[in-house]
Design a protein around this ligand. Structure first.
Ligand code: PEP
Length: 253
């Protein structure tokens, strides 16, 4: 199965509006062929409108980093899927390990967010990944299984098809420690197999599974050589145009 590679930059809590616009303008100068690869950026909420304007009529895609599951209401400080759609987002990252760790997001909450995103026409990027102690205790597969099936619970086949999975081992995020291609591949294959068992082989073959965790221009190519690695969710290296576009252009680098 020939899945189109997908690279998404998660800017986390970085960039003012002016910095965000200047970063996307620099990225746009060196975007890879949009027929060959999909590229998205996920700025903070405050910069979404300005980035949406800057990337209008370009192949660069817009993602949010989080959402709340209600359409509107008395939820001070939250942002709804309707608002993200309205500002021009196509994707939304859901269940990032930092949301799970610092903001108490559970698989049940993440499932509500995934469903809400899909209801409003957003494509979820569902993050899963084990912590270091879970890996050391041999619980990696058990943990990612719970996260994947919990996050996607109740989804119809066509909804799963609109979803991207990001395998992000927590011990590799922002630490400079990347999972080896073999470590990434074995978890990606496991996740794809879960999609086969719970939905269908056809669906599992179409869903993109990204790797995330200290991706750099130097390691993207070997990771992308693995059968089930379909792209990357990039944190730190997405904050500079130079490193991000090198990652996006991994085929020619
Ligand atoms: C992330 O937080 O999604 C991530 C992968 O971060 P980094 O690339 O900095 O490890």
């Amino acid at each position: 199965m020939n899945r189109k590679p997908f690279i998404a930059g998660n800017w986390k809590m970085h960039k003012t509006i002016a910095e965000a616009v200047s970063l996307v303008n620099a990225i746009l100068l060196n975007l890879p062929d949009p027929q060959e690869i999909d590229v998205a950026v996920a700025p903070p909420f405050t910069a979404l409108a300005a980035v949406a304007e800057a990337i209008k009529d370009t192949p660069l895609k817009l993602s949010a980093q989080n959402l709340f599951w209600e359409k509107e209401g008395a939820y001070t400080g939250e942002i709804s899927p309707l608002m993200l759609k309205d500002v021009g987002c196509e994707y939304v990252i859901i269940g990032h390990s930092e949301r799970r760790q610092y903001f108490g997001e559970t698989n049940e909450m993440i499932n509500k967010k995934v469903k809400a995103a899909l209801t409003f026409g957003l494509k979820p990027i569902l993050c899963v990944g084990e912590r270091l102690e879970e890996r050391e205790e041999g619980k990696t597969f058990e943990v990612v299984k719970r996260q994947l099936l919990g996050g996607l619970a109740g989804l119809a086949p066509e909804e799963v098809l609109k979803t991207t999975i990001a395998y992000e081992p927590v011990w590799a995020i922002g630490t400079g420690k990347t999972a080896s291609p073999t470590q990434a591949q074995e978890v990606h294959a496991f996740l794809r197999n879960l999609l086969t068992k719970n939905w269908s082989k056809e669906i599992a073959q179409k869903v993109r599974i990204l790797y995330g965790g200290s991706i750099k221009p130097e390691n993207i190519k070997v990771l992308m050589q693995e059968e089930d690695v379909d792209g990357g969710l990039v944190g730190g290296a997405s904050l500079k145009a130079e490193s991000f576009v090198r990652i996006c252009n991994f085929k020619g680098d």
